[in-house]
Write a protein of this length. Structure first.
Lengths: 326, 443
């Protein structure tokens, strides 16, 4: 037995969620690109699975600017202001490669210090994925253990039947709760028909990167990296951050912002010395972190194969392009 | 409204140390009364007044701003005020596009002898601002009008210059040893070719849209030795600006020009320069720029739409323009791809990366993003060659091209048709001045 929902009903549900004050996030078409954004109305929801959103859902768990606390200086004392608790949110039609990044991020934000900010958002969010029906040249989830219908990280999954109806697979109680009473029982099942080409073995990448640390390979193939953070900031698993203070002495906020190992100042010491002094070294770091350093600690790769790094790279690089050269 | 509940505007006055500050001093010693609403901030020279300070004043709650210095010809540093005036002309246009209220920013020349004028201006600006009420439109949000979309048109039918000739030329240069690296286009993106045998990696096709001049600023590329670079006529303009700004030794660079009839990018539709003019060699042949009358229907439509977007935005109210940019900048993640791919953003250390002190909030907050995008656009005022690399690189699709276009239009309108990187003999727009520069907005 399966449960089905029509597109109309799905939009009705989304409208209800929005109406009940829950922050409902979904892909929205903005100027010929898809972006995950909070929905203003259910009509804005894009169920097109042809393209992948240019951003990822990590920003709803690990925002690009997270206020850690506010402060106000009053005479000789300082008042600290706690940020408000995160609101309940529902992410609709997320791609499986986005959801699969959540268990990966869970490790990072909980292995020594338990990050309340992340955990609270995680607890107050329900993730509904939409299985992919198309893969583009940049997709490679199957190379890193994912699949176009991987349920990892999802609370529920929608699978298109191709006629405006979707099969709903509720994976957790949270997911079940959202769709309770909204689906019809049926014997039909949906299918993820996207087939990303299986391109590489992560283990070989790890071995190569570790054994060729000082290899001219890196300079040869990654010298054209321009040193922006487009790959890291649109990566579902990249999680490096910086902490900055904003505001005058009298009162302001301490904010956690995204940071990227591709920027030259990421490793710059106060003395001026930079241990990672050239761009190829920074590109190597990105591959190493994803395929050697993180797996060593947590037993899986730090990549879900979404391909956003290549899609958004101004220089046509990205994990897959570099790995292809190996 | 009785006096006690009357709105009292906060006015910030940025004044120069040598004229206006002494003017204010004179007003004080002469016991001339003026409203206490003004907070004076003294700076060495109007030429030193960073444009971000103007925006910052609004952020900390100013309702009106006065910027004032020595009369033209009287600058203590000879020409600081002339340079400042030229920047104000352009900066006002940028602020206008973003939706700042220009009526709240007052420029004046006040000399050390003009205590009376200082008194007058402070009084008048205070009155005016009081009538306007508190400034509440800063970074306003709200429903946003949709601008006309640029249609996605396929590349026009073009004849490409010979890719093999390009490869042969590169091979020759590398074999001779006159250059150590060829910066060119590859199958998946830019490539740096250092060995004659690798020249087969060079391609020339409709994806050769990037402006490779961005690599000339990179330390890793400089370290490779003398370079040859593949440019189109549009990219070449960046080389002209870089040379004029002493950022490259033209003699040490080998420029391989590609004749180009357009690659299907929006900018190609309005391109009038098909053949590089300053290249050491030009590969292929392009027809002469097509006269307007012969432009294909497609190109005409696109050309009009590019301008239309800017016009449509300018026709919105100030508040709506601000709301438009609030929504655009909201998406910014501060990945700085726009800066990294810009051939003319070459500072060793970008102002936004400086943290002692922090001048631009490094967090992608509303004010941080406004400050960043204002800074990026304005640092390119009169310098941007319109290659569109920044907007192409933006993964969030922020309309950076509109900011650049507005400044390019202003440069052309107020400075005798000035276009950056077109004329080798023209003086740089920023860094020079003319005594007759526009001045009717200054009192």
């Amino acid at each position: 037995m399966s449960a089905l929902i029509s597109e109309n009903k799905l939009r009705q549900l989304a409208a209800e969620w929005i109406g009940s004050g829950r922050r409902t996030i979904a892909p929205v078409a903005i100027k010929s690109r898809l972006l995950y954004m909070p929905l203003q109305s259910a009509e804005a929801l894009s169920l097109d699975t042809g393209a992948r959103p240019a951003n990822t859902i990590k920003e709803f768990f690990f925002p690009k600017a997270e206020t850690l606390y506010g402060y106000r200086v009053k005479g000789r004392s300082i008042e600290l202001i706690e940020p408000a608790n995160p609101e309940e949110q529902i992410i609709l039609a997320a791609r499986p490669c986005d959801a699969a990044a959540l268990p990966v991020l869970d490790h990072i934000f909980n292995w020594d210090f338990k990050d309340d900010f992340y955990n609270r958002r995680r607890a107050s969010t329900t993730v509904i994925t939409l299985a992919c029906t198309e893969a583009d040249e940049h997709c490679f989830c199957t190379s890193v253990g994912g699949a176009p219908d991987s349920e990892r990280g999802s609370d529920a999954m929608l699978l298109a039947l191709g006629d405006g109806r979707y099969e709903v697979r509720c994976i957790t109680a949270k997911g079940q709760q959202l769709f309770a009473g909204a689906t019809e029982a049926s014997t039909e099942t949906g299918k993820a028909i996207a087939v990303p080409l299986r391109n590489f073995e992560p283990e070989k990448v790890r071995a190569f990167a570790v054994e060729h640390f000082e290899d001219p390979f890196w300079a040869e193939h990654t010298q054209t990296c321009v040193g922006c953070g487009a790959c890291a900031f649109t990566c579902p698993t990249c999680h490096c951050f910086d902490i900055v203070d904003a505001g005058p002495m009298a009162g302001g906020v301490r904010v956690r912002t995204w940071d990227t190992c591709q920027s030259a100042i990421f490793t710059q010491h106060a003395s001026g010395h930079n241990p990672r002094s050239s761009q190829p070294g920074r590109q190597r770091q990105r591959i190493l972190h994803k395929f050697a350093i993180y797996p060593e600690k947590f037993g899986e790769v730090l990549c879900t194969g979404c391909g956003n790094c290549a899609r958004n790279c101004p220089a046509g690089l990205g994990v897959l392009s570099v790995i292809r050269e190996i | 409204m009785n006096e006690s509940t009357q709105f009292e505007p906060k006015i910030i006055a940025y004044v120069c140390n040598w004229c206006t500050y002494l003017g204010a001093d004179l007003a004080g010693t002469a016991r001339m009364q003026y409203p206490p609403n003004v907070r004076i901030i003294k700076l060495p020279c109007t030429g030193r007044i960073d444009f971000n300070l103007i925006v910052k004043a609004f952020e900390v709650g100013a309702d009106g701003i006065i910027v004032s210095g020595c009369h033209p010809g009287d600058c203590h540093y000879t020409s600081g005020n002339y340079h400042a005036r030229r920047r104000w002309i352009l900066f006002r246009e940028l602020l206008d596009l973003i939706g700042f209220d220009l009526d709240r920013i007052n420029f004046a020349w006040i000399s050390a002898a003009e205590g009376k004028k200082f008194q007058q201006i402070v009084t008048e600006v205070t009155e005016k601002t009081r009538e306007m009420g508190p400034y509440s439109e800063l970074y306003t949000t709200g429903p946003v009008e949709l601008l006309p979309e640029l249609p996605h048109t396929p590349a026009p039918p073009v004849t490409f210059a010979d890719q093999e000739e390009l490869q042969a030329q590169a091979r020759k240069l590398l074999s001779e040893g006159s250059v150590k690296v060829v910066i060119g286009y590859g199958e998946r993106g830019p490539v740096l070719v250092t060995r004659p045998d690798d020249c087969g990696r060079l391609v020339w096709n409709d994806r050769s849209t990037a402006n490779l001049a961005m690599y000339l600023k990179r330390r890793e590329v400089k370290a490779l030795g003398p370079a040859a670079i593949v440019v189109k006529a549009c990219d070449e303009r960046a080389l002209v600006v870089l040379e004029k700004e002493s950022q490259l030794e033209r003699k040490e660079l080998h420029v391989i020009g590609m004749a180009c009839e357009g690659l299907g990018a929006p900018k190609c539709a309005i391109c009038v320069s098909r053949t590089p003019r300053f290249a050491d060699c030009v590969i292929g042949q392009a027809t002469a720029p097509v006269p307007d009358s012969q432009l294909t229907q497609d190109r005409l439509t696109q050309d009009r739409l590019t301008q239309d977007r800017l016009d449509a935005l300018m026709q919105l109210s100030r508040g709506q323009r601000m709301a438009y940019w609030t929504q655009e900048f909201e998406r910014c993640t501060r990945c700085y791809a726009c800066r990294q791919v810009c051939p003319l953003c070459y500072c060793e250390r970008c102002v936004v990366d400086k943290n002692r002190p922090v001048t631009i909030d490094p967090a992608p907050s509303t004010k941080g993003n406004f400050a960043w995008h204002l800074t990026r656009a304005f640092h390119l005022a009169g310098r941007c060659v319109g290659c569109g690399a920044c907007a192409n690189a933006c993964s969030m699709g922020i309309d950076l091209g509109l900011l650049n276009l507005q400044l390019a239009k202003a440069a052309s309108e107020y400075f005798g048709g000035y276009q950056a990187g077109v004329d080798l003999s023209a003086e740089l727009l920023i860094g020079s001045f003319a005594k007759q520069d526009k001045e009717e907005f200054i009192r």
